[in-house]
Design a protein around this ligand. Sequence first.
Ligand code: NAI
Ligand code: MG
Length: 490
Amino acid sequence: MPTTAETFVASTHRLFIGGRWEDGRAGERIDVEDPSTGERIASVVAGGAEDIDRAVNAAQRALDDPHRTGWSPADRTRLIWALADAIDAHADELAEIETLDVGKPLRNSRNIDIPGAAAALRYFSGWATKIGGETMPVSIPGDWHAYTVREAVGVVGQIIPWNYPLMGAVTKMAPALAAGCSIVLKPAEQTPLSALRMGQLIESVGFPSGTVNIVTGHGRSAGAALVQHPGVAKISFTGSTATGKGIVRAASETIKRVTVELGGKSPVIVFPDADLEKAAVAIAQGIFLNSGQTCSAGSHLFVHRAVAEPLVAAICDIAREMRLGPGMDIQTQLGPLVSAQHLEKVLGFVEQGRRDGATIAIGGLRRGDRGYFVEPTVLTGTRPGMSVVDEEIFGPVLCVSIFDETDLDAIAEKANATVYGLAAYVWTRDVRIAHGLVRRLKAGSIRVNAGGGGDFAMPVGGYKQSGFGRENGRLGVEAYTELKSVMMAV
Ligand code: NAI
Ligand code: MG
Protein backbone atom coordinates (compact mmCIF):
# COMPACT_ATOMS: atom_id res chain seq x y z
CA MET A 1 0.00 0.00 0.00
CA PRO A 2 1.51 3.35 -0.98
CA THR A 3 1.49 6.02 1.73
CA THR A 4 -0.58 9.19 1.35
CA ALA A 5 2.60 11.02 0.40
CA GLU A 6 3.54 8.45 -2.24
CA THR A 7 0.03 8.65 -3.69
CA PHE A 8 0.31 12.43 -3.92
CA VAL A 9 3.80 12.27 -5.45
CA ALA A 10 2.61 9.83 -8.11
CA SER A 11 -0.49 11.88 -8.98
CA THR A 12 -0.80 14.18 -12.00
CA HIS A 13 0.59 17.60 -11.11
CA ARG A 14 -0.73 20.83 -12.59
CA LEU A 15 -0.34 24.56 -12.12
CA PHE A 16 -2.42 26.41 -9.52
CA ILE A 17 -3.78 29.49 -11.25
CA GLY A 18 -6.76 31.60 -10.18
CA GLY A 19 -7.96 28.89 -7.81
CA ARG A 20 -7.95 26.17 -10.46
CA TRP A 21 -5.54 23.37 -11.34
CA GLU A 22 -4.50 23.86 -14.94
CA ASP A 23 -2.19 22.31 -17.49
CA GLY A 24 0.72 24.30 -18.90
CA ARG A 25 0.13 25.93 -22.27
CA ALA A 26 3.29 24.58 -23.88
CA GLY A 27 2.66 21.00 -22.72
CA GLU A 28 6.22 20.52 -21.48
CA ARG A 29 7.08 18.75 -18.27
CA ILE A 30 9.98 18.39 -15.84
CA ASP A 31 10.95 15.08 -14.26
CA VAL A 32 11.23 15.08 -10.49
CA GLU A 33 13.62 12.61 -8.92
CA ASP A 34 14.37 11.02 -5.59
CA PRO A 35 17.97 12.04 -4.82
CA SER A 36 18.58 8.92 -2.78
CA THR A 37 18.13 6.73 -5.87
CA GLY A 38 18.24 9.08 -8.84
CA GLU A 39 14.94 7.58 -9.96
CA ARG A 40 12.12 9.60 -11.47
CA ILE A 41 9.23 9.80 -9.01
CA ALA A 42 6.97 12.38 -10.61
CA SER A 43 6.70 15.00 -13.28
CA VAL A 44 5.47 18.58 -13.04
CA VAL A 45 4.53 21.21 -15.58
CA ALA A 46 7.39 23.19 -17.09
CA GLY A 47 5.50 26.47 -16.99
CA GLY A 48 6.33 29.16 -19.52
CA ALA A 49 5.75 32.84 -20.15
CA GLU A 50 2.09 32.29 -21.07
CA ASP A 51 1.42 30.44 -17.83
CA ILE A 52 3.16 33.15 -15.82
CA ASP A 53 1.05 35.75 -17.61
CA ARG A 54 -2.15 33.90 -16.71
CA ALA A 55 -1.02 33.60 -13.10
CA VAL A 56 -0.08 37.27 -12.81
CA ASN A 57 -3.43 38.27 -14.29
CA ALA A 58 -5.25 36.00 -11.83
CA ALA A 59 -3.28 37.52 -8.96
CA GLN A 60 -4.11 41.03 -10.16
CA ARG A 61 -7.80 40.18 -10.50
CA ALA A 62 -7.78 38.95 -6.92
CA LEU A 63 -6.38 42.28 -5.77
CA ASP A 64 -8.75 44.33 -7.93
CA ASP A 65 -11.97 42.50 -7.13
CA PRO A 66 -14.13 45.25 -5.57
CA HIS A 67 -16.59 42.71 -4.20
CA ARG A 68 -13.97 40.57 -2.62
CA THR A 69 -14.87 39.56 0.85
CA GLY A 70 -12.79 37.52 3.21
CA TRP A 71 -9.67 39.62 2.83
CA SER A 72 -9.87 42.05 5.72
CA PRO A 73 -6.81 42.08 7.97
CA ALA A 74 -8.62 39.85 10.47
CA ASP A 75 -9.66 37.48 7.68
CA ARG A 76 -6.06 37.23 6.59
CA THR A 77 -4.92 36.45 10.13
CA ARG A 78 -7.51 33.69 10.33
CA LEU A 79 -6.65 32.23 6.90
CA ILE A 80 -2.89 32.25 7.45
CA TRP A 81 -3.37 30.61 10.85
CA ALA A 82 -5.74 28.07 9.29
CA LEU A 83 -3.08 27.17 6.75
CA ALA A 84 -0.68 26.50 9.64
CA ASP A 85 -3.29 24.19 11.18
CA ALA A 86 -3.71 22.43 7.83
CA ILE A 87 0.05 21.92 7.63
CA ASP A 88 0.06 20.47 11.14
CA ALA A 89 -2.84 18.19 10.26
CA HIS A 90 -0.89 16.87 7.25
CA ALA A 91 2.55 17.04 8.85
CA ASP A 92 3.51 13.39 8.33
CA GLU A 93 2.50 13.46 4.70
CA LEU A 94 4.28 16.77 4.00
CA ALA A 95 7.43 15.56 5.75
CA GLU A 96 7.48 12.45 3.59
CA ILE A 97 6.90 14.46 0.40
CA GLU A 98 9.75 16.77 1.36
CA THR A 99 12.10 13.88 2.07
CA LEU A 100 11.22 12.03 -1.15
CA ASP A 101 11.78 15.19 -3.17
CA VAL A 102 14.83 16.80 -1.53
CA GLY A 103 16.43 13.71 -0.01
CA LYS A 104 16.72 15.27 3.45
CA PRO A 105 16.42 12.98 6.48
CA LEU A 106 12.81 12.35 7.47
CA ARG A 107 13.64 13.22 11.06
CA ASN A 108 14.71 16.69 9.86
CA SER A 109 11.64 17.16 7.66
CA ARG A 110 9.51 16.20 10.65
CA ASN A 111 11.37 18.23 13.26
CA ILE A 112 12.52 21.25 11.28
CA ASP A 113 10.89 21.84 7.91
CA ILE A 114 7.24 21.12 8.58
CA PRO A 115 6.98 22.62 12.10
CA GLY A 116 9.08 25.55 10.84
CA ALA A 117 6.61 26.20 8.04
CA ALA A 118 3.67 26.14 10.47
CA ALA A 119 5.51 28.39 12.93
CA ALA A 120 6.29 30.92 10.20
CA LEU A 121 2.63 31.11 9.22
CA ARG A 122 1.56 31.61 12.83
CA TYR A 123 4.16 34.28 13.44
CA PHE A 124 3.20 36.28 10.36
CA SER A 125 -0.55 35.76 10.74
CA GLY A 126 -0.60 38.25 13.60
CA TRP A 127 1.00 40.99 11.52
CA ALA A 128 -2.00 41.25 9.19
CA THR A 129 -3.88 43.32 11.79
CA LYS A 130 -0.85 45.35 12.87
CA ILE A 131 0.40 47.01 9.71
CA GLY A 132 -0.47 50.67 9.80
CA GLY A 133 0.84 54.14 9.15
CA GLU A 134 1.54 57.09 11.44
CA THR A 135 0.32 60.62 11.87
CA MET A 136 3.05 63.24 11.68
CA PRO A 137 3.39 66.67 13.19
CA VAL A 138 4.42 68.96 10.30
CA SER A 139 5.89 72.46 10.61
CA ILE A 140 5.18 74.11 7.29
CA PRO A 141 2.67 76.97 7.35
CA GLY A 142 -1.00 76.05 7.47
CA ASP A 143 -3.10 73.50 9.26
CA TRP A 144 -2.48 69.98 8.16
CA HIS A 145 -3.65 66.50 8.78
CA ALA A 146 -0.56 64.55 7.74
CA TYR A 147 -0.25 60.80 7.83
CA THR A 148 1.19 57.74 6.17
CA VAL A 149 -0.63 54.69 4.90
CA ARG A 150 0.87 51.29 4.24
CA GLU A 151 -0.65 49.51 1.27
CA ALA A 152 0.02 46.08 -0.19
CA VAL A 153 2.73 46.48 -2.84
CA GLY A 154 0.60 44.51 -5.34
CA VAL A 155 1.29 41.26 -7.14
CA VAL A 156 4.52 39.71 -5.93
CA GLY A 157 6.65 37.11 -7.66
CA GLN A 158 8.45 34.73 -5.31
CA ILE A 159 11.24 32.50 -6.56
CA ILE A 160 12.66 29.95 -4.18
CA PRO A 161 15.48 27.40 -4.12
CA TRP A 162 15.45 23.66 -3.47
CA ASN A 163 17.09 23.34 -0.06
CA TYR A 164 14.06 24.02 2.20
CA PRO A 165 11.18 23.95 -0.31
CA LEU A 166 8.16 24.17 1.99
CA MET A 167 9.73 26.45 4.56
CA GLY A 168 11.14 28.58 1.76
CA ALA A 169 7.72 28.91 0.14
CA VAL A 170 5.93 29.66 3.38
CA THR A 171 8.42 32.14 4.80
CA LYS A 172 8.05 34.15 1.60
CA MET A 173 4.29 33.76 1.26
CA ALA A 174 3.23 34.43 4.84
CA PRO A 175 4.49 38.04 5.16
CA ALA A 176 3.20 38.89 1.67
CA LEU A 177 -0.25 37.53 2.52
CA ALA A 178 -0.22 39.35 5.88
CA ALA A 179 0.49 42.57 3.97
CA GLY A 180 -2.47 41.83 1.66
CA CYS A 181 -0.54 41.04 -1.51
CA SER A 182 -1.34 38.33 -3.97
CA ILE A 183 1.36 35.93 -5.06
CA VAL A 184 2.81 34.03 -7.96
CA LEU A 185 5.15 31.44 -6.49
CA LYS A 186 7.74 29.64 -8.58
CA PRO A 187 9.22 26.66 -6.75
CA ALA A 188 12.63 25.27 -7.68
CA GLU A 189 12.50 22.85 -10.60
CA GLN A 190 14.28 20.17 -8.53
CA THR A 191 11.80 20.26 -5.62
CA PRO A 192 8.31 21.46 -6.59
CA LEU A 193 6.17 18.86 -4.82
CA SER A 194 5.55 20.20 -1.30
CA ALA A 195 4.54 23.60 -2.70
CA LEU A 196 1.95 21.90 -4.92
CA ARG A 197 0.59 19.98 -1.94
CA MET A 198 0.45 23.25 -0.05
CA GLY A 199 -1.53 24.72 -2.95
CA GLN A 200 -4.20 22.12 -2.24
CA LEU A 201 -4.20 23.09 1.43
CA ILE A 202 -4.49 26.78 0.48
CA GLU A 203 -7.52 25.85 -1.58
CA SER A 204 -9.02 23.82 1.26
CA VAL A 205 -8.75 26.55 3.90
CA GLY A 206 -10.53 29.00 1.62
CA PHE A 207 -8.10 31.70 0.51
CA PRO A 208 -9.83 33.87 -2.12
CA SER A 209 -9.10 32.50 -5.62
CA GLY A 210 -6.00 33.98 -7.18
CA THR A 211 -4.38 35.22 -3.98
CA VAL A 212 -1.83 32.42 -4.26
CA ASN A 213 -0.84 31.02 -7.65
CA ILE A 214 1.83 28.37 -8.11
CA VAL A 215 3.66 27.96 -11.41
CA THR A 216 6.27 25.24 -11.55
CA GLY A 217 8.97 25.51 -14.16
CA HIS A 218 12.57 26.25 -15.00
CA GLY A 219 14.31 29.40 -13.87
CA ARG A 220 15.34 30.48 -17.33
CA SER A 221 11.74 30.32 -18.62
CA ALA A 222 9.08 30.56 -15.89
CA GLY A 223 11.39 32.38 -13.45
CA ALA A 224 12.64 34.85 -16.04
CA ALA A 225 9.09 35.54 -17.28
CA LEU A 226 7.99 36.34 -13.74
CA VAL A 227 10.87 38.77 -13.23
CA GLN A 228 10.12 40.48 -16.54
CA HIS A 229 6.35 40.67 -16.20
CA PRO A 230 5.23 44.33 -16.00
CA GLY A 231 2.28 43.33 -13.79
CA VAL A 232 4.55 42.14 -10.99
CA ALA A 233 5.35 44.87 -8.46
CA LYS A 234 7.93 43.02 -6.41
CA ILE A 235 10.26 40.07 -6.74
CA SER A 236 11.49 38.19 -3.71
CA PHE A 237 14.23 35.74 -4.58
CA THR A 238 16.34 33.28 -2.62
CA GLY A 239 19.08 31.39 -4.38
CA SER A 240 22.56 31.72 -5.80
CA THR A 241 24.38 35.03 -6.06
CA ALA A 242 24.95 34.47 -9.80
CA THR A 243 21.22 34.09 -10.50
CA GLY A 244 20.44 36.92 -8.08
CA LYS A 245 22.60 39.32 -10.06
CA GLY A 246 20.69 38.51 -13.23
CA ILE A 247 17.38 38.96 -11.43
CA VAL A 248 18.34 42.37 -10.04
CA ARG A 249 19.38 43.41 -13.54
CA ALA A 250 16.18 42.14 -15.18
CA ALA A 251 13.93 43.60 -12.47
CA SER A 252 15.45 47.03 -13.04
CA GLU A 253 13.72 47.17 -16.46
CA THR A 254 10.38 47.79 -14.74
CA ILE A 255 11.82 49.17 -11.45
CA LYS A 256 10.39 46.30 -9.47
CA ARG A 257 10.95 46.22 -5.76
CA VAL A 258 13.45 43.45 -5.11
CA THR A 259 14.54 41.44 -2.12
CA VAL A 260 17.38 39.02 -2.79
CA GLU A 261 18.69 36.53 -0.26
CA LEU A 262 21.76 34.97 -1.85
CA GLY A 263 24.73 32.78 -1.14
CA GLY A 264 26.97 32.72 1.87
CA LYS A 265 30.36 31.63 3.19
CA SER A 266 29.75 32.24 6.83
CA PRO A 267 32.65 32.33 9.27
CA VAL A 268 32.62 30.53 12.60
CA ILE A 269 35.21 32.07 14.92
CA VAL A 270 36.29 30.07 17.96
CA PHE A 271 38.41 31.50 20.77
CA PRO A 272 40.39 29.44 23.27
CA ASP A 273 38.03 30.28 26.14
CA ALA A 274 34.94 28.91 24.35
CA ASP A 275 32.90 25.91 25.48
CA LEU A 276 34.57 23.63 22.94
CA GLU A 277 32.29 20.66 23.43
CA LYS A 278 29.22 22.72 22.75
CA ALA A 279 30.93 24.51 19.87
CA ALA A 280 31.98 21.26 18.19
CA VAL A 281 28.41 19.95 18.19
CA ALA A 282 26.93 23.21 16.93
CA ILE A 283 29.58 23.63 14.23
CA ALA A 284 29.11 20.05 12.97
CA GLN A 285 25.33 20.39 12.99
CA GLY A 286 25.59 23.76 11.26
CA ILE A 287 27.60 22.53 8.29
CA PHE A 288 26.26 18.97 8.02
CA LEU A 289 22.56 19.70 8.57
CA ASN A 290 20.71 19.28 5.27
CA SER A 291 24.05 18.06 3.87
CA GLY A 292 25.40 21.59 3.92
CA GLN A 293 22.68 22.87 1.65
CA THR A 294 21.81 25.77 3.93
CA CYS A 295 22.48 29.38 2.98
CA SER A 296 23.49 30.45 6.48
CA ALA A 297 25.63 27.36 7.23
CA GLY A 298 28.85 28.14 9.07
CA SER A 299 31.12 26.78 6.36
CA HIS A 300 34.46 28.40 7.22
CA LEU A 301 35.85 27.70 10.66
CA PHE A 302 38.44 30.13 12.05
CA VAL A 303 39.86 28.59 15.18
CA HIS A 304 42.58 29.91 17.45
CA ARG A 305 45.73 27.80 17.26
CA ALA A 306 45.59 27.02 20.99
CA VAL A 307 42.42 24.94 20.58
CA ALA A 308 42.51 24.02 16.89
CA GLU A 309 43.60 20.44 17.32
CA PRO A 310 41.02 19.31 19.91
CA LEU A 311 38.19 21.21 18.22
CA VAL A 312 38.85 19.83 14.74
CA ALA A 313 39.27 16.34 16.21
CA ALA A 314 35.90 16.66 18.00
CA ILE A 315 34.16 17.80 14.80
CA CYS A 316 35.73 14.91 12.85
CA ASP A 317 34.54 12.48 15.54
CA ILE A 318 30.99 13.73 15.10
CA ALA A 319 31.30 13.49 11.31
CA ARG A 320 32.58 9.92 11.59
CA GLU A 321 29.58 8.90 13.66
CA MET A 322 26.95 10.46 11.39
CA ARG A 323 24.62 8.04 9.67
CA LEU A 324 24.61 8.75 5.97
CA GLY A 325 21.73 7.20 4.09
CA PRO A 326 18.37 7.58 2.36
CA GLY A 327 16.22 10.24 3.98
CA MET A 328 13.27 7.88 4.36
CA ASP A 329 15.28 5.75 6.82
CA ILE A 330 14.42 7.28 10.18
CA GLN A 331 17.96 6.53 11.44
CA THR A 332 19.52 8.72 8.75
CA GLN A 333 21.21 11.91 9.90
CA LEU A 334 22.76 12.94 6.60
CA GLY A 335 20.89 12.50 3.32
CA PRO A 336 22.03 12.83 -0.28
CA LEU A 337 22.64 16.06 -2.14
CA VAL A 338 19.74 17.27 -4.24
CA SER A 339 20.90 16.31 -7.74
CA ALA A 340 23.59 14.70 -9.88
CA GLN A 341 24.63 18.14 -11.04
CA HIS A 342 25.04 19.37 -7.49
CA LEU A 343 26.91 16.21 -6.49
CA GLU A 344 29.39 16.83 -9.27
CA LYS A 345 29.80 20.44 -8.21
CA VAL A 346 30.46 19.62 -4.56
CA LEU A 347 32.90 16.79 -5.36
CA GLY A 348 34.60 19.10 -7.85
CA PHE A 349 35.19 21.66 -5.10
CA VAL A 350 36.69 19.04 -2.78
CA GLU A 351 38.97 17.75 -5.53
CA GLN A 352 40.09 21.29 -6.39
CA GLY A 353 40.74 21.96 -2.70
CA ARG A 354 42.95 18.88 -2.52
CA ARG A 355 44.86 19.99 -5.61
CA ASP A 356 45.28 23.45 -4.10
CA GLY A 357 46.97 21.91 -1.07
CA ALA A 358 44.17 21.49 1.47
CA THR A 359 44.23 18.39 3.68
CA ILE A 360 41.17 16.18 3.88
CA ALA A 361 40.86 15.54 7.61
CA ILE A 362 37.80 13.39 7.08
CA GLY A 363 35.37 12.45 4.30
CA GLY A 364 35.81 13.89 0.84
CA LEU A 365 34.27 11.02 -1.10
CA ARG A 366 31.06 10.07 -2.73
CA ARG A 367 29.33 7.21 -0.88
CA GLY A 368 27.97 4.43 -3.08
CA ASP A 369 27.11 4.72 -6.76
CA ARG A 370 23.37 5.10 -6.42
CA GLY A 371 21.93 8.42 -5.27
CA TYR A 372 23.94 11.55 -4.54
CA PHE A 373 25.63 10.88 -1.23
CA VAL A 374 28.72 12.75 -0.08
CA GLU A 375 30.54 12.04 3.16
CA PRO A 376 30.70 14.76 5.79
CA THR A 377 33.98 16.43 4.99
CA VAL A 378 36.48 18.59 6.86
CA LEU A 379 39.28 20.35 4.98
CA THR A 380 42.21 21.75 6.94
CA GLY A 381 45.08 23.91 5.77
CA THR A 382 42.79 26.05 3.64
CA ARG A 383 43.78 29.56 2.60
CA PRO A 384 42.18 32.54 0.87
CA GLY A 385 42.55 32.19 -2.89
CA MET A 386 41.48 28.53 -2.82
CA SER A 387 38.05 28.08 -4.42
CA VAL A 388 36.90 26.01 -1.43
CA VAL A 389 37.46 29.09 0.72
CA ASP A 390 36.33 31.83 -1.64
CA GLU A 391 33.19 30.22 -3.02
CA GLU A 392 29.95 28.79 -1.65
CA ILE A 393 30.21 24.98 -1.87
CA PHE A 394 26.70 24.28 -0.53
CA GLY A 395 27.65 20.78 0.54
CA PRO A 396 28.72 19.02 3.77
CA VAL A 397 32.19 20.52 3.59
CA LEU A 398 33.79 22.53 6.40
CA CYS A 399 36.93 24.55 5.65
CA VAL A 400 39.28 25.20 8.56
CA SER A 401 41.70 28.10 8.99
CA ILE A 402 43.82 28.68 12.06
CA PHE A 403 44.54 32.11 13.55
CA ASP A 404 47.12 33.28 16.08
CA GLU A 405 46.06 36.88 16.52
CA THR A 406 44.42 38.37 19.56
CA ASP A 407 43.74 41.71 17.88
CA LEU A 408 40.05 41.83 16.97
CA ASP A 409 40.60 44.08 13.94
CA ALA A 410 42.97 41.53 12.45
CA ILE A 411 40.63 38.60 13.19
CA ALA A 412 37.61 40.43 11.77
CA GLU A 413 39.57 41.35 8.66
CA LYS A 414 40.21 37.67 7.96
CA ALA A 415 36.61 36.68 8.66
CA ASN A 416 35.31 39.51 6.49
CA ALA A 417 37.58 38.62 3.56
CA THR A 418 34.75 37.18 1.47
CA VAL A 419 32.29 38.68 -1.01
CA TYR A 420 29.50 37.21 1.14
CA GLY A 421 27.96 38.50 4.36
CA LEU A 422 24.98 36.40 5.32
CA ALA A 423 25.84 35.07 8.78
CA ALA A 424 28.67 34.76 11.29
CA TYR A 425 29.16 32.74 14.45
CA VAL A 426 31.35 33.69 17.42
CA TRP A 427 32.35 31.36 20.26
CA THR A 428 33.84 32.98 23.37
CA ARG A 429 32.96 33.58 27.01
CA ASP A 430 34.62 36.99 26.98
CA VAL A 431 32.04 39.74 26.51
CA ARG A 432 34.68 42.16 25.29
CA ILE A 433 35.59 39.82 22.44
CA ALA A 434 31.95 38.99 21.70
CA HIS A 435 30.76 42.58 21.46
CA GLY A 436 33.94 43.70 19.77
CA LEU A 437 33.59 41.14 17.00
CA VAL A 438 29.85 41.59 16.56
CA ARG A 439 30.57 45.22 15.80
CA ARG A 440 33.32 44.43 13.32
CA LEU A 441 31.76 41.53 11.40
CA LYS A 442 30.04 42.35 8.11
CA ALA A 443 27.14 39.90 8.23
CA GLY A 444 23.36 40.17 8.39
CA SER A 445 22.91 37.60 11.18
CA ILE A 446 25.32 36.93 14.00
CA ARG A 447 25.16 34.21 16.64
CA VAL A 448 27.23 34.20 19.78
CA ASN A 449 27.77 30.82 21.45
CA ALA A 450 25.07 29.16 19.38
CA GLY A 451 24.51 27.53 16.03
CA GLY A 452 21.74 27.83 13.46
CA GLY A 453 17.98 27.78 13.84
CA GLY A 454 16.23 31.11 13.95
CA ASP A 455 13.09 32.86 15.06
CA PHE A 456 10.73 34.51 12.62
CA ALA A 457 10.80 37.67 14.72
CA MET A 458 14.46 38.18 13.81
CA PRO A 459 15.24 39.83 10.47
CA VAL A 460 17.58 37.93 8.14
CA GLY A 461 19.39 39.04 5.04
CA GLY A 462 22.73 39.74 3.56
CA TYR A 463 25.52 42.25 3.66
CA LYS A 464 27.58 42.58 0.47
CA GLN A 465 26.92 39.96 -2.23
CA SER A 466 24.70 37.89 0.06
CA GLY A 467 21.89 40.15 -1.05
CA PHE A 468 19.80 43.04 0.12
CA GLY A 469 16.55 43.63 1.92
CA ARG A 470 15.49 41.77 5.04
CA GLU A 471 13.02 38.97 5.59
CA ASN A 472 11.20 38.08 8.84
CA GLY A 473 10.05 40.40 11.59
CA ARG A 474 8.27 43.70 11.03
CA LEU A 475 10.74 44.63 8.28
CA GLY A 476 9.91 41.45 6.42
CA VAL A 477 6.23 42.37 6.33
CA GLU A 478 6.86 46.01 5.49
CA ALA A 479 8.95 44.83 2.54
CA TYR A 480 5.63 43.82 0.94
CA THR A 481 4.09 47.27 1.37
CA GLU A 482 4.25 50.59 -0.38
CA LEU A 483 4.24 53.67 1.82
CA LYS A 484 1.92 56.52 0.90
CA SER A 485 2.35 59.90 2.53
CA VAL A 486 -0.77 62.09 2.71
CA MET A 487 -1.12 65.78 3.59
CA MET A 488 -4.56 67.24 3.85
CA ALA A 489 -5.08 70.97 4.33
CA VAL A 490 -7.67 71.41 7.06
P1 NAI B 1 19.54 29.18 -8.62
O1 NAI B 1 19.82 30.40 -7.82
O2 NAI B 1 19.84 29.26 -10.07
O3 NAI B 1 18.01 28.76 -8.45
C1 NAI B 1 17.15 29.23 -7.44
C2 NAI B 1 15.79 29.54 -8.03
O4 NAI B 1 15.93 30.55 -9.03
C3 NAI B 1 15.11 28.37 -8.72
O5 NAI B 1 13.73 28.44 -8.47
C4 NAI B 1 15.39 28.62 -10.17
O6 NAI B 1 14.44 28.05 -11.03
C5 NAI B 1 15.32 30.13 -10.23
N1 NAI B 1 16.03 30.73 -11.37
C6 NAI B 1 17.15 30.30 -11.99
N2 NAI B 1 17.48 31.12 -12.99
C7 NAI B 1 16.56 32.11 -13.03
C8 NAI B 1 16.37 33.26 -13.85
N3 NAI B 1 17.20 33.55 -14.83
N4 NAI B 1 15.31 34.05 -13.60
C9 NAI B 1 14.47 33.78 -12.59
N5 NAI B 1 14.59 32.71 -11.80
C10 NAI B 1 15.63 31.88 -11.99
O7 NAI B 1 20.32 27.99 -7.93
P2 NAI B 1 20.64 26.52 -8.49
O8 NAI B 1 21.05 26.58 -9.90
O9 NAI B 1 19.54 25.62 -8.14
O10 NAI B 1 21.90 26.15 -7.61
C11 NAI B 1 23.18 26.64 -7.96
C12 NAI B 1 23.98 26.99 -6.73
O11 NAI B 1 23.38 28.08 -6.07
C13 NAI B 1 24.06 25.92 -5.68
O12 NAI B 1 25.06 25.01 -5.97
C14 NAI B 1 24.34 26.71 -4.44
O13 NAI B 1 25.71 26.98 -4.33
C15 NAI B 1 23.63 28.01 -4.68
N6 NAI B 1 22.34 28.09 -3.99
C16 NAI B 1 22.29 28.88 -2.87
C17 NAI B 1 21.12 28.97 -2.16
C18 NAI B 1 21.04 29.80 -0.95
O14 NAI B 1 20.01 29.80 -0.28
N7 NAI B 1 22.07 30.53 -0.61
C19 NAI B 1 19.92 28.21 -2.54
C20 NAI B 1 20.08 27.44 -3.76
C21 NAI B 1 21.26 27.40 -4.43
MG1 MG C 1 13.67 15.95 -6.22
